[in-house]
Design a protein around this ligand. Sequence first.
Ligand code: NAP
Length: 275
Amino acid sequence: MNEGGGDTGQEWAVILGASSGTGAGIAEAVAHKPGLNVFGVHRGRYPDTASQLEQQVRSAGRRVVMWQADASTPEAAEAGVAALREVAGLRSVKLFVHSIAGASVGHFLSAGEDRLHARRIRRTFDTMAHSFVYWAQALADADLLAPESRLLGLQNPLDETHLGNTGLISASKAALEMYVRYLAMELGPRGHRVNLLKFGTVMTPALKHVYSPEALARLEAAHAKMNPAGRMSTVEEVARFVTVLAGEEAGWFNGATIDFTGGMTLRLLDLVLNP
Ligand SMILES: NC(=O)c1ccc[n+]([C@@H]2O[C@H](COP(=O)([O-])OP(=O)(O)OC[C@H]3O[C@@H](n4cnc5c(N)ncnc54)[C@H](OP(=O)(O)O)[C@@H]3O)[C@@H](O)[C@H]2O)c1
């Protein structure tokens, strides 16, 4: 078991949801800059991307462990941190990113299949919000957080506008935002930084899985109209920005919701009132 850590080459990124989409993109980016080893967590539904990521991190000259489990419970956080401790030294986790996507869509009062009943509500909050706290607690209790470590939750723009069946996702993200602020208060005096990175729709395998090619084309066209830049953002852009957030220059962000949406919702009223 390693002791110490603290210098580049010994430092780790812990990424929940590292086998797909945003988490995989961030894992690859931070392996290059600032050069972190990767401890990725996933349940094994994307084995190809998971092994592709392993290769990418190794070819960046960094170590990688892909740990397979449902990360949403306090027991999983404890077990994950114990597995991490097998390879990582004390105070060696420079970056923790919560990039799990596992939520129910539907309506609270529906009498049909899409009713958001109590089990779905509990599961969504465990996955999308509470697990952020469980992992922060487990990492801090095990003294694994590196000096000036960065803890990052991910948010979408659904806190600004209503979108049909996503009420439960938005509610869980609101809880996540409050967890981020209160953890920033508690971890700030120890030198750590806890933030929420808010970004607009990016094309991930999950989206491609859920939508038909026609629906995806419509989604892209709508985002081209909405976003001032005239296109959708990309996973690579988000991941690159996380490498900036992991850097020394971003050390004064704390308890912040950092808007990286590119102005995605600025034009909504205009689009409705002046179509
Ligand atoms: N995509 C967007 O447009 C967008 C925009 C703004 C914010 N975000 C946020 O970014 C985050 C990631 O979204 P994404 O679109 O990149 O998702 P994604 O491509 O579906 O990837 C989700 C990852 O989480 C893992 N995962 C899901 N549930 C898990 C669990 N209970 N335990 C362990 N791993 C689990 C998945 O692997 P397994 O299924 O194998 O476990 C996968 O690696 C989410 O918080 C989302 O709200 C996304």
